[in-house]
Design a protein around this ligand. Structure first.
Ligand SMILES: Nc1ncnc2c1ncn2[C@@H]1O[C@H](COP(=O)(O)OP(=O)(O)O)[C@@H](O)[C@H]1O
Ligand SMILES: Nc1ccn([C@@H]2O[C@H](COP(=O)(O)OP(=O)(O)O)[C@@H](O)[C@H]2O)c(=O)n1
Ligand SMILES: [Mg+2]
Length: 210
């Protein structure tokens, strides 16, 4: 078995590939835009497995892994952890789930993430759900999140916004140029945002059923 997960790597031999490529939707948007909140709703209604790159990294940090200290420092500083670590965690979680439909939340966050996932798996996202939200609203939400996160403080948030603008928005623009972005006004209340989200997943289900 390669150092990555077995089923979802395109390398090695044919037998390592699953019968059918899984369906992947990338869920992107700034810190506090509501990615995790809406993913929980999508899971309930549409049978996806939710994989948050940030949650996987926090779990890895707390597991006593050799990368723990590096992950901790990078998260506190709002930096993006090298893809080598994150892609591996995502692939393990995909295999472990036994599902073939995934919401990948908070990934790819930069060009390096994007290229690594594509070259390791050969998977193209079905679409990219983009939660568009003004910075001041995101800041307010993150400061009120109360999940005890080391990066939900004003100093870390400022750094995360900068990284988001410099490194993550270009990835969204890349997918937009390929017609893959489904943009949502994420400043609205949770229920209204979900109404808009639902439409994209319902049309995908209709397309698959057709
Ligand atoms: N549409 C919304 N309106 C107001 N608050 C929201 C909305 N969506 C999420 N929140 C709240 O904002 C905070 C950040 O949401 P979260 O889903 O964790 O965002 P993200 O994963 O994009 O950082 C949470 O406390 C959540 O309850
Ligand atoms: N693809 C990713 C996703 C998250 N992360 C790290 O994890 C932090 C928190 O990510 P998150 O997705 O949980 O944060 P939110 O956007 O949900 O607030 C990021 O600021 C990065 O430091 C990363 O390095 N690479
Ligand atoms: Mg989140």
């Amino acid at each position: 078995m390669s150092s990555y997960g077995r089923c979802y790597t395109k390398e090695v031999n044919g037998s390592s590939l699953p019968d059918k490529k899984p369906t992947v939707v990338f869920v992107l948007g700034g810190p506090g835009s509501g990615k995790g909140t809406q993913c929980a709703n999508i899971v309930q209604h549409f049978g996806y497995t939710h994989l948050s790159a940030g949650d996987l990294l926090r779990a890895e940090q707390n597991s006593g892994s050799e990368n723990g200290e590096m992950i901790k420092n990078m998260i506190k500083d709002g930096q993006i952890v090298p893809s080598e670590v994150t892609v591996k965690l995502l692939l393990w979680a995909m295999e472990e789930s036994g599902n073939d439909k995934f919401l990948i939340d908070g990934f790819p966050r930069n060009e390096e993430n994007r290229a690594a996932f594509e070259s390791v798996t050969g998977i193209e996202p079905e679409f990219v759900l983009f939660f568009d939200c003004p910075e001041e609203e995101m800041e307010k939400r993150v400061l009120n999140r109360n999940q005890g996160r080391a990066d939900d403080n004003i100093e870390s948030i400022r750094k995360r916004f900068k990284v988001y603008t410099q490194s993550s928005l270009p990835v969204i623009e890349y997918y937009d140029s390929k017609g893959k972005v489904r943009k949502i006004d994420a400043s609205k209340p949770v229920e209204e945002v979900f109404e808009a989200v639902k439409e994209f997943f319902t049309s995908l289900d209709d397309k698959v059923a057709a």
